[in-house]
Design a protein around this ligand. Sequence first.
Ligand code: HPA
Length: 246
Amino acid sequence: MSRLAIIGGSGITKLDGLEIRRREVVHTPFGEPSAPLTHGDFHGHELVFLPRHGAAHTIPPHRVNYRANLWALRQIGIQKVVGIAAVGSINPAMAPGTIIIPDQIIDYTYGRDHTFFEDNLTHVTHIDFTSPYSEELRQELLASASSANIKVHGSATYGATQGPRLETSMEINRMEKDGCDLVGMTGMPEASLARELEIHYACCAVVANRAAGRNNGPITMQEIEAHLTDGMMQVHKILSKLFISA
Ligand code: HPA
């Protein structure tokens, strides 16, 4: 049984190099996941792939059914999830096209179904979220990057915004003061739902652009797409080296 899943973000609706074995439609008590789960082999590793924004990239960040996605993966026995995510960089050291494995999160999202622990409870549950990502899986990603000879930043704070619009320059200034290095729209509640289900979860962020006000002029989709294409080539190399011990 596959234990590792990759949730693909913008720029990765399918995983090139994945030898597809089968697609599995999973229904959950929380609705439908973004797409059928794709089972396959990737450079000798068995994994499951799920495109977060749907197979045709039509589901915006605030409409992703994060609960159904994580529940479906747990239901088929997945123990580790790598969330690939396009981000804007606030920290000037994190250039477009580079890969970041963040270690912290600040959540600015609202109105999303963000917990499994609300209905029919026998007791109120509060998960520990001091360190929001699985350190074990982060270290595995960092080791994979190192063996693929890809320089990554192994420490960064991901600020999760609601979207789908990009931010104002003042919002980015505020996020910088808060301590955010990166800004993206899908990191939450994906990470905390994974923790609620006791799934090891880590984020592999691809810098698509400099954040609002840190760019020369407006942020364009062309710019985002060009950097994502570069960044995704590196993500593929990292994933191809990922040795999962679970
Ligand atoms: N802001 C929020 N989300 C993003 C960005 C950004 O600048 N770039 C890619 N995803």
